[in-house]
Design a protein around this ligand. Sequence first.
Ligand SMILES: [Zn+2]
Length: 354
Amino acid sequence: MKAMVAEPPKRNSVKLVEIPKPLPKQGQVLLKTLSVGIDGTDREINEGIYGSPPSGSRYLVLGHEALARVQEVGDQVENFSEGDVVVPTVRRPCKENCLNCRTGISDFCLTGNYFEHGIYKLHGFASEYAVSDADFLIRIPPELGNLAVLLEPLSIVEKAVTQSFKIQERMMWKPKRAFVVGAGPLGLLATMILRLKGLEVYAAATREKESLKAKIVRNVGGTYVNVRETPIKTLEEKFDIVIEATGRVEAALEALSLLGPNSVMCFLGVYREKRACEEFGKVLTNMVLGNRLMFGSVSSNKSHFEMGIKDMLEIKRRYKDALNRLITRKLHLSDFEQAFRSEREDVKTIIHFK
Ligand SMILES: [Zn+2]
């Protein structure tokens, strides 16, 4: 069968290869992949700065954002049967099966020895067939159709927002205004989820006001800020919740100025490590004097995928085709190389498997 693989830490190693079709073991299902989404992590794996093949393998099958159909079930699989449409979660429990891993929250793994499909020591789903443990599959209602390929990135946002609200239970908190830094798939999905929560949402990026990203923000009732015209540090407004989804140190530091009293800021990027902040003392004092809180969030668990399904249905109901508009490129597997070249107006690229 055909598979899209990379060989980290080799640079630009993504390619299509023929590999043997996997067999489902006990508790596993064989999946027929329908489509995979490509994101920054896939591009970083292709750049050789991230990712690790399974032990004993030279290559890593990519694809952690997947939509698939159950083709065959292994022994002792009772909840799924042939033909079910599913999205697999990404992270699997660590070898030690730590406290958090064994209670279903491996996104908070304590040992760091977890596995991640398509990223870290487990093959992904960018192949004609793939296997997954049945316990980590999310069943997709038919009305979501192909849009469910967005469920994995949405689960990242669901975790970020849920954690923000949970952390803020440290006091009485009724947030009114949110600011999202970045309008890639995560930023736009965060804008939608915060709008569903009834917040006034600003989303900022470098595209002009007539760009697709700006239109999607307005489409869901948000306010778009073009930071080339209106730099973040010139904004006077303060916000209760800030989500950083650019992965850029400069943007992240600038956004600290948006934090109002008792607010929370969530970081979702992987940042370049060697950037100093000249005013770090001021940042720290500001955190203290305003009871402000910053935290990072990575990965997600089944509960966030399940929240994502409910919210996708609600986004469809309220904002019609807002989710469809995020999918800007649909490629066939044979054109996979295009997915690793960025295009100016691209939001989310999907690769179809036929
Ligand atoms: Zn663990």
